[in-house]
Design a protein around this ligand. Structure first.
Ligand code: AMP
Length: 352
């Protein structure tokens, strides 16, 4: 096998785990990240210390690498497109474009024939007032861009909730009001597509969020086979429509009748897929590396039931107890300082 070099834009824990998976398959990695000694650079071969849209740094990344991927979805589309004129970029920049803006994302997902919450674009307080009337005063107001882990959101539960300053409170930026979905549970699917169009899906995970941040992912999810198949079918439609290469994470709400409402997609490896490194032969990280490097996709079959728990902020203090367990894989991200809300690591407990 010829030695190849894979570029990774972004130096967080996802980049770290991608770099580790790449090394196991004899690939070298170069990380582009402005912060020195970031989680990914600690395990990669090289780091280019520069911002994600620095043209000369991107040209240098293209020069040093055979293929470039990214570990977060807010890489500027123009930078990704410019890079794609110099080197292969997977997933394709179009996936970034569809995932960066919640309005475009929902229109795209609907265009694939997959339902989402109803929505209205909100560009003023008047838009918000009108949209809330349409949704009987209930809805979730979100920034269209740059929201993550529940940041940049406001929930309206009833017509009596005051909407007066909603537009300004979220920063005077383009917003989207989504209808409030009374879901029974939240699931996500991690799926991969190779350059030849082969698609492989992991089993859906059932996710619990606390304060908008993923807390646990449990597999199998408590859903019917039909619902699981629907999630896989939806993933395949999205991947095919994007001409996608790599791993994607797609989150869904499950309604009482088992039907699915797509919430959002992330064109990268996903926190709710970390369980795959313990409960599958091929993890989502290796699967992504295989896809972008043009190797055959691995079998996504799950050999164990499991629950993945994020270690966030002070959760890291329970590390000694997790380490004593003989059924648990511990994965730490190389961050020295634990701050509230900061993901420090995760553990995956095999259930049998
Ligand atoms: P998001 O940033 O879109 O993933 O939203 C964070 C969390 O807020 C989701 O995981 C849900 O628990 C909740 N949420 C988001 N959108 C809606 C919605 N339209 N209806 C009900 N709950 C929502």
């Amino acid at each position: 096998m010829s030695a190849k070099t894979i570029g990774i834009i972004g130096g967080g824990q996802l980049g770290r785990m991608l770099a580790m998976a790449a090394a196991r398959l004899n690939f070298r990695t170069v990380v582009l990240e402005p912060q020195e000694d970031c989680p990914a650079a600690q395990v990669a071969n090289e780091q280019i210390v520069a911002s994600y849209d620095d043209p000369s740094a991107l040209a240098e990344l293209a020069r040093r690498c055979d293929v470039v991927t990214y570990e977060f979805e807010n890489v500027p589309v123009s930078a990704a497109e410019e890079l794609a004129s110099q080197v292969t970029v997977y997933p394709p920049p179009k996936a970034l474009e569809m995932a960066q803006d919640r309005l475009i994302e929902k229109q795209f997902i609907n265009g694939c024939g997959i339902p989402t919450a109803r929505f209205h674009a909100v560009d003023s307080q008047a838009d918000l007032d009108k949209a809330l009337i349409d949704f009987d005063g209930q809805g979730v107001l979100k920034t269209r861009r740059l929201g993550y882990d529940g940041k940049g959101q406001r929930v309206y539960r009833s017509a009596t909730d005051s909407a007066t300053d909603g537009y300004v409170a979220l920063g005077n930026v383009p917003l989207i009001l989504e209808s409030f979905v009374s879901f029974e549970r939240e699931v996500s699917i991690i799926a991969a597509r190779s350059p030849d169009g082969t698609v492989a899906c992991y089993d859906p995970a059932e996710n619990i969020h606390i304060n908008g941040i993923l807390h646990t992912s449990t597999v199998p999810a408590s859903i019917s086979e039909q619902t699981a198949n629907d999630a896989m079918e939806a993933a395949e439609k999205i991947l095919t429509a994007l001409g996608y290469v790599g791993v994607i994470g797609i989150e869904f709400f499950v309604l009482a009748d088992g039907s699915l409402i797509a919430n959002e997609m992330a064109p990268r490896v996903h926190n709710s897929g970390h369980w795959t490194e313990a409960a599958c032969v091929i993890s989502q990280f290796e699967q992504h590396i295989r896809a972008v490097a043009g190797l055959p996709l691995g079998n996504p079959l799950r050999h164990s039931d499991c629950v993945m728990t994020n270690l966030i902020g002070d959760d890291i203090e329970a590390l000694p107890e997790w380490l004593r367990r003989d059924d648990t894989l511990v994965h730490l991200y190389g961050k020295t300082e634990a701050r509230p809300g900061r993901k420090m690591g995760h553990v995956t407990q095999l259930l049998h």
